[in-house]
Design a protein around this ligand. Structure first.
Ligand code: ADP
Ligand code: ASP
Ligand code: MG
Length: 359
């Protein structure tokens, strides 16, 4: 069994969605135990929803958000008409309409009711932003059905259990693994291919949460770990993890193999191709992660696994270079710092207290 994850740029328009569906068909063909697909919102949609949500929590209702919500509806309906089989289109369009009606209601409610202790700012934002993945899963499932693959969209909120840190929720690993495993056991190997919303989760009270920007990678790793997948494939717009950010370094090269530790380090320090928390569930179950390009599906990409570094002939001293923008360097000086216990603890505690609240 394999888990395949497609990021926003890999499902940005109708032709990319169709290409993603072709990749799913090819990768799962004859795959023992079948597979599961995880998908992000269509490219650019999460940013647009976040902008809408930012206005709504400030109480801005009216024409402008209504126009933008209508534009989002049109965008998805137009792509639906291009990817769905004719017999599927009426149901798909009705489902998109229903989700977009829900989005408009949410925006109105938020602008009118505003932020309260029961529903803080982040909770409203997650209720709004979740529509990106709820919509994209419908489209990819339809594109798969159009190729003759029985597929259905799956809202992952009841499966991915989190705390209440809205917009960057922490996953409760064991309950999540159990919920995913029992959902898939219920579907069975002969059931429809599950096209799962990346990025989304819910609190024990059922409030919608999101896992942080790029969180769909983590969803794929959770699904893979819960189902003991043979591999987790992260399909993106570059041919693997590269020696540097290809947007900054023209001649960056794909890295054929990485250890989990190297992947963690590179992603933690800025290689945004894989969301850092993604590594942990896969590593726990020793499941290889593959990073591959939807633009170049023949390219082998990067294999990330537990193989020890020294067992590999890499031929280079440096694995890769990553970078982070807007880092602040702080220098704390003082005569009494050395040998005074508790200074570091006070410093880090002060930084924690100063961090912006997430709920
Ligand atoms: P997706 O939409 O598929 O989730 P992301 O935009 O999150 O894709 O991640 C892919 C992007 O990560 C690439 O387009 C690239 O610009 C950027 N990136 C930054 N550092 C690296 C790196 N070391 N290797 C590959 N891509 C990188
Ligand atoms: N759609 C979300 C984002 O843009 C999650 C993801 O792409 O992984 O951050
Ligand atoms: Mg990403």
């Amino acid at each position: 069994m394999k888990v395949l994850k497609f990021g926003g740029s890999s499902v940005a328009d109708a032709s990319r969605l169709r290409a993603a569906a072709r990749i799913v068909e090819r990768q799962l063909d004859g795959c023992p135990g079948g597979g599961a697909v995880v998908v992000s919102a269509l490219g650019g949609v999460t940013d647009r929803l976040l902008a809408l949500a930012a206005g709504a929590v400030e109480g801005n209702g009216g024409d402008e958000p209504a126009r933008e919500a209508a534009a989002l509806r049109d965008h998805h309906l137009k792509i639906a008409a291009e990817v769905a089989a004719e017999a599927d289109l009426a149901d798909l369009s009705a489902a998109i309409d229903e989700l977009c009606d829900g989005l408009v209601r949410e925006l109105d409610d938020c602008a009118r009711a505003g932020v309260t202790p029961e529903r803080p700012r982040g909770a409203w934002i997650d209720r709004i932003v979740c529509h990106g993945e709820l919509l994209s899963t419908r489209l990819l499932a339809a594109a798969l059905r159009a190729r003759g693959l029985p597929a259905e969209a799956r809202d992952a909120r009841p499966l991915v259990r989190t705390d209440r840190s809205f917009q960057a929720a922490q996953v409760a690993l064991e309950p999540t693994m159990d919920a995913i495993a029992s959902h898939f056991a219920g579907i069975g190997e002969d059931g429809p291919l599950q096209v799962v919303t990346g990025f989304l989760g819910s609190t024990p009270e059922g409030a919608t949460t999101t896992l942080g920007r790029s969180g769909s990678d983590l969803t794929a790793s959770l699904v893979g770990a819960a189902l003991d997948a043979e591999q987790i494939e992260i399909w993106t717009d570059v041919p693997g993890v590269m020696t540097a950010d290809p947007r900054r370094v023209e001649d960056a090269l794909p890295i054929p193999r990485l250890s989990y530790e190297e992947m963690l380090e590179l992603s933690h320090f800025g290689a945004k191709v894989v969301y850092p928390p993604t590594v942990t569930p896969a590593r726990r179950k020793a499941i290889p992660l593959l990073v591959r390009s939807t633009l170049d599906p023949e390219h082998p990409g990067t294999l990330v696994d537990g193989t020890r570094d020294r067992e590999r002939a890499r031929g280079t001293a440096v694995t890769g270079i990553s970078s982070i923008d807007d880092v602040h360097l702080m220098l704390l000086v003082g005569d009494n710092l050395v040998g005074t216990p508790g200074v570091a603890a006070r410093l880090f505690d002060a930084l924690r207290r100063a961090a912006p609240a997430r709920s």
